[in-house]
Design a protein around this ligand. Sequence first.
Ligand code: HEC
Length: 225
Amino acid sequence: MTSNKTLIALGIVAFAGMAMLTSCVKDNPDSPGFEYFPDMYRSNSPETNVAYESSYARDSMSNMLPAEGSIPRGFVAFPYANTLQGDSLAARFWTYSNFGIKQSDENEEKGKGLYKVYCSHCHGDKGDGNGKLVESGKYASVPPSYIARHKENNLSEGHVYWVITHGKGNMGSHALFLSPEERMQVAMYVQRLGRGGSAWSAYQQELAKPAADSTKTDSLKIAGK
Ligand code: HEC
């Protein structure tokens, strides 16, 4: 009998003890109560995706915003506004050499890949403005032909870059899809389509040829006189 009573008494004491240890702290209903191994619940090391209020974990990964005025890597400021004046200033001054990129077959090829993804469904594979979307009749605007723009001398890289960055008329901005360098590469390919598709190196040879031929015909003419 006595041993039974002792057992019951012990049980009550143990239960009360457990209840005391595990029950919430009165003032804070969120408190987990007594924690036997607190390190097992809360890591001492800084956690990701936590907005640290204190400065102790400043260097760790967290969701803190970058300092005001910081610039992402690879960012190139484009100082020409979304205005007609911005367009003509970009056309004049935003050149490959000022940007620091070389015209080459390789860069054109990179531009071609991007053009096929982002532009040809409207502007067409040949840049004539007859992309699949336009031909389907589901898109109200017909983009101008690059070939015509090239003939008018209106297809400078600065202008193309400006249009890609800000958009124009019914064409939206493509700045979110293309990095500054990629925009320049696409501009190279747009110019290639404008001149009828000849690659940069072949075009340089074409440019060199007529000069040589004209001196030849000139000298022939003179010789014939
Ligand atoms: C959704 C269809 C669409 C897409 C996609 C598109 N464009 Fe256009 N683009 C247009 C239309 C329409 C115009 C004519 C805008 C106007 O003058 O009102 C235009 C105009 C232009 C012009 C200006 C031509 C000029 O001098 O008048 C350039 C350059 C150009 N686009 C380049 C691009 C490049 C490069 C891409 C891909 C990165 C692209 N576009 C993607 C529809 C599109």
